[in-house]
Design a binder for this molecule. Structure first.
Ligand SMILES: CC(C)(COP(=O)(O)OP(=O)(O)OC[C@H]1O[C@@H](n2cnc3c(N)ncnc32)[C@H](O)[C@@H]1OP(=O)(O)O)[C@@H](O)C(=O)NCCC(=O)NCCS
Length: 190
């Protein structure tokens, strides 16, 4: 997970982020094309903020606030997808995408719904969309102790490429930086 400062409009990862060339119409058309495919993670909007914040508090020690989600949801390079079951949100993923690079900012599944493939489905969906958009590299940050998330990312081909020492504000834990080369890897996990 990335620590997103309030009102930030860019993630902190991806040191060599290339020139920002948003292709908003491409994303909109792609999202519209997959919106009605049954079982696909849905795009989330401002109406989902209360559910997102509730899930954040359950899943993270430094949760994003409603204000941070409002910033993200009104900002073009950010994309939010989730899985709903019944009336509730059981999982979500936040993505920052610009030009040829993207960053997974957070991904979480409700504790009562884990190990059912929800995270795998969300990541698979988002990586597929990124490939369709011509994005070539993906980055993310993950706590050194977060073995479940690292295992998920490795199964999609993400590899460790660096460390941000004492990155997380709550316990000063290191962040592992992971990278995926989208043009050489597959959309499905191993
Ligand atoms: C990490 C997380 C998103 C996984 O969500 P999930 O929906 O339970 O994951 P899935 O069921 O899709 O599992 C996919 C793969 O992830 C890995 N994984 C998931 N949970 C795991 C666990 N407890 N231990 C080891 N590997 C695990 C496995 O490789 C798994 O594949 P498998 O079931 O075939 O072995 C979830 O544990 C979570 O929300 N954690 C708290 C928030 C968090 O840490 N997010 C990541 C921030 S960087």
């Amino acid at each position: 997970m990335t620590s997103l400062p309030e009102n930030s409009d860019a993630p902190q990862g991806g040191d060599d982020m290339e020139q920002d060339m948003p292709r908003s119409s491409g994303w909109a058309a792609l999202k519209q094309a997959v919106a009605f495919v049954p079982g696909m993670p849905a795009e989330l909007g401002k109406a989902d903020i209360p559910a997102l914040v509730a899930l954040e508090k359950l899943c993270f020690s430094v949760p994003w606030s409603a204000k941070q989600y409002e910033t993200v949801l009104g900002n073009e390079p950010f994309h939010l997808f989730g899985i709903r079951e019944g009336a509730g949100l059981v999982g979500y993923l936040t993505l920052y995408a610009a030009a040829w690079e993207m960053e997974i900012l957070n991904i979480a599944t409700h504790p009562d719904h884990r190990r059912r493939g929800h995270a795998q489905r969300m990541l698979s969906h988002v990586l597929h969309l990124c490939r369709e958009m011509g994005i070539k590299r993906g980055y993310l940050e993950v706590r050194r102790s977060n073995i479940p998330a690292q295992s998920l990312y490795r199964s999609f081909g993400f590899e460790e490429v660096g460390v941000r020492r004492r990155y997380y504000p709550d316990n000063r834990e290191d962040a592992i930086i992971m990278r995926l080369d989208l043009d050489v890897s597959q959309a499905q996990p191993d």
